[in-house]
Design a protein around this ligand. Structure first.
Ligand SMILES: [Zn+2]
Length: 317
């Protein structure tokens, strides 16, 4: 969808007067950048050497990845090197996975603080960039300690609990993914054969997402080491999911930033004016049910730093 077609709005020019009801019967839904209705996120843990091959594949299909790294384990022979972090993951996201990969479900608050803060600090030094996200090692978390993550500046934290859905979670610090890559939750190590049932389920969910006609996020997680003898299957998946006009291919933090930008929109009481105070263009879809038999549905862009008046005919940035 072209942006220019989104920012011309003439639909409320008619009939607006002082006797209009206090609020129009409008329903707003978030769209992603450029008016896309769906988002895809791929999240990979542990920083194994196989990340190198995976990144080549992601770059080939122009799909972004989020990579959760344990900075305290980068001397291990089966992980990437500290020196290559900045260049290897360029264009993707580097994110916290705990300095020493400790499950946070059973450690003290002090250890939780160290695991997260030290990893964040080290990764920021290695990347030369802000690191603001996280995946729980072993998926292990303690809901009593989420305030620690917040204090450290973590803006989302991914679990390993599969939802088999495309919903955006209420709590970004307990972000449950849609599914394990290739349905891999059922195999235990890299030499185990693919679980055919899990794989079929994975591709079924992929096709469900591709056919989805409302806002949704397909969130796939895994480890690149799982792909050792399954690169062909992973490539088949990337071929299927990539290159779609209605999908926003994002890192996890890009998705979070965009959702915050959408939620920061300010509406007038009668909903006829919408202000975007941020620095990101925000897209939304609204349906006007003023005439319930003939609802009007439109997609709209609220450019960064502007106020859109739905009564006006044309919006200029
Ligand atoms: Zn891990």
């Amino acid at each position: 969808m072209k942006r220019s077609s989104l920012i011309t709005i003439a639909f409320f020019a008619r009939g607006q007067n002082i006797n209009s009801p206090l609020q129009k019967n409008l329903v707003f839904e978030m769209l992603f950048p450029e008016g896309k209705s769906k988002a895809f996120v791929l999240s990979e843990d542990d920083g194994p050497v196989e990340d190198r091959q995976l990144i080549q594949l992601l770059n080939k299909y122009e799909v972004k990845g989020t990579f959760h790294i344990n900075a305290g384990r980068l001397k291990d022979s089966n992980t990437v090197n500290a020196e290559e972090i900045k260049t290897l993951y360029k264009g993707h996201e580097v994110s916290v996975h705990g300095y020493l990969h400790k499950g946070l479900g059973k450690v003290s608050r002090l250890e939780t603080f160290f695991e997260v803060a030290e990893d964040r600090r080290a990764l920021e030094r290695l990347t030369g960039d802000l690191v603001r996200g996280m995946a729980y090692a072993f998926g292990s978390n303690n809901t009593d300690n989420l305030d620690i993550l917040q204090d450290i500046g973590i803006q989302y934290a991914r679990t390993v609990e599969e939802t088999h859905s495309f919903d955006i979670p209420e709590n970004f610090l307990l972000w449950h993914p849609s599914i394990h890559q290739l349905g891999g939750a059922h195999y235990t190590n890299s030499t185990t054969k693919l679980n055919e049932k899990g794989l079929a389920q994975f591709f079924k969910l992929t096709d469900e997402f591709l056919g989805l006609d409302k806002t949704g996020v397909f969130y796939v997680w895994g480890h690149s080491w799982e792909l050792t003898d399954k690169w062909d299957v992973m490539e088949k998946f990337l071929k299927r999911i990539s290159g779609k006009d209605d999908i926003f291919y994002a890192t996890h933090i890009e998705l979070v930033d965009y959702i915050h930008a959408y939620r920061n929109l300010i509406y007038s009481v009668d909903k006829s004016m919408i202000k975007n105070p941020g620095s990101t263009d925000v897209y939304l879809r609204f349906t006007d049910y003023s005439d319930v038999d003939n609802p009007i549905r439109k997609d709209l862009c609220i450019p960064a730093g502007t106020t859109v008046n739905l009564n006006c005919t044309t919006i200029k940035k």
